[in-house]
Ligand binder design. Sequence first.
Ligand code: FMN
Length: 213
Amino acid sequence: MSAPIRAKINIVYYSTYTHVQKLAEGLKRGAERVANVDVNILQVAETLPEEVLAKMGAPAKPENVPVATPDDLVSADGILLGFPTRFGMVPAQMKAFLDSTGGLWATGALRGKQAGLFFSTNTQHGGQETTAFTLLPYLAHQGLQYVPFGYGHPAMQKNTEVIGSSPYGAGIIAGVEGDSPSKTELEIAEAQGEYFAKQVLIRVLGEKAAEQQ
Ligand SMILES: Cc1cc2nc3c(=O)[nH]c(=O)nc-3n(C[C@H](O)[C@H](O)[C@H](O)COP(=O)(O)O)c2cc1C
């Protein structure tokens, strides 16, 4: 019997204060529930000087998470991009990484791959939808197939708890105090990771089947 076909997912994030990093770990746990899927977490390079980060009270970046390069997008079947909001938009650090992928655009290296998004805001109305929205043109220009999460977890239909997330993906309301992400936010992240992994595996299997027709 031949070895099972596997799909590879790379989760690429930027996080100043670790909220998005924790969300990335939640997505990884969820994606790993799907058999025959390999999942890696990578961080994009910081662009702010050390003295600015110190003034912002930002902790050191984790040393055990590799820094992403454009090749990490090419080698994956599915890409999950995570980032905190900056004025309702994608932060410069993630933008700088994406802006380094012009060569991939030129060769169409990402066309047909799938992508999903997750994010963090400090407040309820600080950009749980717009932050993701500002990244959609990138996906379109690269020919990446956006896999929105929709209302993929029951908690997203309820108003009994203040939680992050939107149909664009899993999210956190970071807040200024308390534990964040909450248990519910992590459950949503895991559900998105699992859903995304299934969608990517289905596409990879479908492509192989089409090749063999
Ligand atoms: C320059 C700047 C702009 C920000 N703009 C917003 C904003 O528009 N809305 C909001 O809710 N939070 C805003 N924040 C808060 C961050 O989104 C919050 O710190 C982040 O979501 C925490 O995620 P992290 O721990 O992964 O960095 C801003 C933070 C900075 C430093």
